[in-house]
Design a protein around this ligand. Structure first.
Ligand SMILES: *Cc1c(COP(=O)(O)O)cnc(C)c1O
Length: 364
């Protein structure tokens, strides 16, 4: 039996009929961009996160970039980001002209280490972007305290953590503003690209509403040099059908995660650690082991699909080769040691057994 790392067709199967109906509704409406579906999704996702405002945008990268733009962050500014994240977190900063300042993670949670943030702050620092990596919220109380002390904005990169809780509050409601992605493989995934900004800052939301639509709130009047970054009606309608099931699907992911943890606890691999006060929505189930490549090859040979998040840290990417970076030994080590096991709400007990069986077989 072959087990895919992630099978999106299977992930969407429970929603297929509802998705078809949602798409038909949009086709029949004759209105395809910035209409009722997007407005309704924005209001539903805002209440899901517990915030006053949600602005639908084209993707997660744009959501991050638009928040930075709306806060006026630009050339000459510095923004603190994790050394270990998907490159989009860095690219959003670079697109504004600001300088990326990487900070290493805590090795228990893989989230940005608050202990190391203050040493990275300079008079040019404007914001911190904690990423809720692999589905677990970052240590937001400590990050917000540091930010308050230094007058910095806190922008959550929540692209991997839809629905996760931190001390009783959802991601998206843990900083000044948050960026979400609805890329198909995310916990809340569209059937194409999509993204959103959530915030309790009404002014910020109003600015991003203009920026995403050519800098305009009244047709053919352009107050800002904006861009075209809109969540379309088809994707919004699809997201509306899936959002009511997100908590249940995240709970199914948690069942898979605890089965993995129970079975693999006696083994050599380092398992994911969830900090007190946080829960994880298990976007990914990432183990760490020095012989990652050999383990991955073995699992492949046994028909178990895996992936690596991420095989090349951003500071080693050609896109960032023109800049000087500090020593980032944790990010360097993680890129060769992390391995993502199959993780999806649909995984059966039998499939989980096959995955852990193959891992344990390799390790003995
Ligand atoms: C997916 C992702 C993004 C970017 O989202 P897109 O919709 O693909 O642009 C940003 N940050 C993180 C951590 C992500 O995982």
């Amino acid at each position: 039996m072959k087990i895919d790392f992630l099978n999106l067709k299977r992930a969407n199967e429970p929603h297929e009929e509802a998705i078809r109906q949602a798409v038909s509704r949009v086709v029949a409406s004759g209105w395809y961009v910035l209409g009722e579906e997007t407005a309704a999704f924005e209001s539903e996702f805002a209440s899901f996160c517990g915030v006053s405002d949600c602005v639908g945008v084209a993707n997660g990268l744009d959501a991050l970039y638009l928040i930075l733009r709306a806060y006026g962050i630009s050339r000459g500014d510095e923004v603190i980001v994790p050394s270990n994240t998907f490159i989009a977190t860095w690219l959003a900063v670079s697109q504004t002209g600001a300088h990326v300042v990487p900070v290493e993670p805590d090795e228990q949670t893989f989230n940005i280490d608050p202990e190391r943030i203050e040493a990275a702050i300079t008079p040019r620092t404007r914001a911190i972007i904690p990423v809720h990596l692999y589905g677990q919220p970052a240590d937001m109380d400590r990050i917000n305290d540091i930010a308050r002390k230094h007058g910095l904005r806190v922008i959550e990169d929540a692209a991997q953590a839809h629905g996760a809780y931190y001390k009783g509050r959802r991601t998206g409601n843990l900083g000044d503003a948050a960026a979400f992605s609805f890329y198909p493989g995310k916990n809340l995934g569209a059937l194409g690209d999509g993204g959103a900004v959530t915030t309790n800052d009404r002014q910020l939301a109003a600015t991003i509403r203009k920026l995403r639509n050519y800098g305009s709130s009244v047709k053919y009047q352009h107050e800002l040099a904006g861009l075209n970054s809109r969540l379309d009606e088809v994707q919004a309608a699809i997201l509306r059908t899936k959002l009511p099931h997100l908590d249940a699907e995240n709970a199914q992911r948690a069942v898979v995660a605890s089965a993995y943890i129970d079975a693999l606890a006696p083994s050599q691999v380092k398992l994911p650690d969830v900090a007190a006060g946080s829960n994880s929505v298990w976007h990914l189930f990432v183990v760490r082991t020095p012989d990652r490549n050999a383990l991955q090859s073995y699992l492949t040979s046994m028909g178990v699909g895996t992936s690596v998040h991420y095989p090349t840290a951003s500071h080693h990417q050609p896109a960032y080769a023109d800049q000087q970076w500090p020593e980032l030994p944790i990010a360097d080590s993680l890129q060769s040691q992390v391995l993502s096991l199959p993780m999806a709400p649909y995984l059966t007990a039998n499939e989980i057994k096959i995955v852990v069986g193959a891992v344990l077989e390799y390790l003995q």
